[in-house]
Structures are given as C-alpha cells and as structure tokens.
Design a binder for this molecule. Structure first.
Ligand code: TYM
Length: 327
C-alpha cells in the first residue's frame, strides 16, 4: 500500500481553508492507503507559543482529526514531538539544504517580513523539518493545500539530493491538492487566502463557529456589483471563492453551478453555500465536543506515536547508515 503523510499545525483555530484544503482530503485515503496524520506541534514553535495553549491546541487538533471522520483503527494519528526522529532527520535535511533555496521560500519571506528585525531562525529552517516529516514515512502522496506547493517541491529536491549523494533511501513524494478546496480565500479580502492568523474574524470561518455565525459570515462575504454568478477568479474573486466552497462540498462543477444559478442573485448562492458549510461542520463540531472529554484520545495518540515511530526509526536508521552516522 502506498503511504500518505500530512500534518496540520496546532497554531490557531482551524479554518474552513484547513478543512477543505487538507483535513477533508485526508479522509479519502484512509481505506486505500497506509496513512500517517500528524499534529505538527514542533512546526508551531517556529513562532512563540504559550506553553499551556500549545498543549491544549495539540490535543484539540487530534480530537478534530477524529471528529472529521478519520478512523484511528485505519490511520495512524500522532503528535510530532512524540516521535523524535522528525527532528533528528530534520537536522540531516538542514545539512543538505542551501541557504539560498531556504531564503527563496515565499512562506518564509512573508513570515519574516511580519517578524520585523528579529526573525526566528526556525522560520527559515522550518521546511527542512517538513521534509523530514514526509520522508521518514516514505510517503508517496502528501495531501495539502496549494500554499504548501513550494514545500513539497523542496521535499522532492532534498530527497533526490540525498539519494544521489548517499544512495537510494527516500521515496520521492508528490503533492495531492483537492479540487475546489485547495485554496480557500478570505471572505473579506478574496484575493488573499483564508488564514488562521487573520485579525479580521469575519474573514475566516472557524471550525468551531456556531451555525448562525457561519451564516452571518457568508452573508457578509465580499462579492462584486455585476450580479452574475460564474467562476472568474481574476475579475470575480469573491463569487469565485463562494463557488469553490460550494463545489468542494457539493461535488458540482463550476459549469454546472453557473447553469444552476443562471438568473439568480448572490443572496441565493450565499444562502446555499451557508447551508452546505453548516451541514458539513455541525456534525464535526458535535463529535469533537464529545471526544475532548473522552479518555480514549490519549490512548489513541500513544498507540499512534508507537506505530509512527516504528516506521520512522527504520527509515532514520537507513539514512544514518547511508551517511556513515553511528546509531
Ligand atoms: P498549516 O498548518 O498552515 O495548514 C494545514 C493545511 O491546511 C492547508 N490550508 C489551506 N488549504 C486551502 N485553503 C486555505 N486557505 C488554506 N490554509 C491552509 C495547508 O495547505 C495545509 O495543508 N507546513 C504545513 C504543516 C506541515 C505539513 C508537514 C504538511 C508540517 N509538516 C508535512 C504536510 C506534510 C503548514 O504549515 O500547514
């Protein structure tokens, strides 16, 4: 069975973007692939985190994975910091990467700009840890949103560089980006992506938002004044974003949606999108609340860490042997 690996940072309240771009597509592989889904808490500390909050969010995110439909009997769910091989292989990856290629990462450049004078060094090294996450499991496919494309490319580059220098150890992974959901945009500024860290609460739908809040946010989403419902990302980013969310949840194509809504107003489209989002998120929210109080969760994560480590340590050992590092 081919291996799938992906992870989400426990760094804020998850948005509909994280759900449609990542979490929802995690589900489609669980019956057909060997899946490892990780709460990447060591990625989150590339910017300062409150320790108590980080611990809480890490557990909450694990609960959310299950609430969204991942079955711990079928997939391996675990917390990154419980498998030290991630950081160990991460160090090896920093020795393979070039400063120039790390400086060119767009996410690094954006985050560095926001950090001002004192840029945490981990922000630059971050992709090397992500590379290690993926390579440790010999993953063939990595389900992520469009914003992670460059990080998947550097993963391929470093895996190839390692294999070329030290011999074939790593599988070269590919990105899997879901149609429609790969880049959910801000509801208030539809030319930038919906983000956990947006200061404007109306810009993002959070997975914890109550039904009426979801409806309100979608009703107030930015559109345009020409009144026509069709997908045109360039000229109609707001309407196109609503259509993408619709498509990701209803399975309709953009052409079908344009036909469905011919002659209708934005109000109708918004009401339907709100219904779809509410219908999708409500059961997840309810299951999530039950799971948080359940003692099962810790056991699932302990088992997950043990299973993940068995796989990760085998790969790490191979990498060390290939490089001449004693283990
Ligand atoms: P993170 O935590 O920022 O986001 C988690 C996932 O959500 C996707 N995503 C989106 N998809 C569509 N529209 C959006 N607006 C949107 N916002 C976020 C992201 O693409 C991602 O798939 N570096 C990663 C975490 C990571 C990882 C890994 C992922 C660490 N190691 C190994 C895969 C494999 C990150 O910061 O994602």
């Amino acid at each position: 069975m081919d291996v799938i690996f992906s992870g989400i940072q426990p760094s804020g309240n998850l948005t509909l973007g994280n759900y449609l771009g990542a979490l929802k597509s995690f589900l489609r592989f669980q019956d057909t692939h060997e899946c490892y889904y990780c709460v990447v808490n060591q990625h989150a500390i590339t910017v300062p985190q409150d320790p108590k909050e980080l611990r809480r969010r890490t557990t909450e995110l694990a609960a959310l994975y299950i609430a969204a439909g991942l079955d711990p009997e079928k997939v391996t769910l675990f917390v990154q910091s419980e498998v030290p091989e991630h950081v160990q292989l991460g160090w090896i990856m920093t020795t393979l990467a070039y400063v120039g290629e790390m400086e060119r990462m767009t996410q690094y450049k954006d985050k560095a700009k926001k950090a001002g004078e004192s840029i945490p060094y981990g922000l630059m090294a971050y992709p090397c840890l992500m590379v290690a996450d993926i390579l440790l499991y010999q993953a063939k496919l990595v389900p992520v949103g469009e914003d992670q494309r460059q990080h998947i490319e550097i993963t391929r580059t470093l895996a190839e560089r390692f294999n070329y220098r030290y011999g074939e150890v790593f599988t070269i992974p590919e990105m899997f980006a879901p149609e429609g959901g790969a880049r959910v945009m801000s509801l208030q500024n539809p030319t930038s992506k919906m983000s956990k860290s947006d200061d404007n609460q109306m810009a993002s739908i959070y997975l914890g938002d109550e039904d009426d809040m979801i409806v309100k946010k979608i009703k107030r989403a930015q559109t345009d004044s020409d009144g026509e419902i069709r997908y045109d990302k360039e000229n109609k980013p707001g309407v196109s974003n609503l259509l993408s969310i619709h498509a990701a949840l209803s399975g309709r194509t953009f052409d079908q949606l344009a036909a469905d809504y011919a002659g209708q107003g934005y109000g109708t489209l918004k009401a339907d999108v709100a219904d779809l989002v509410v219908g999708e998120l409500r059961p997840i929210r309810e299951r999530y609340r039950e799971l948080l109080d359940s003692p099962e969760l810790q056991r699932i994560l302990d088992d997950g860490a043990a299973k993940a480590q068995a796989k990760a340590s085998a790969t790490y050992r191979k990498a060390c042997e290939a490089m001449g590092l004693q283990r």
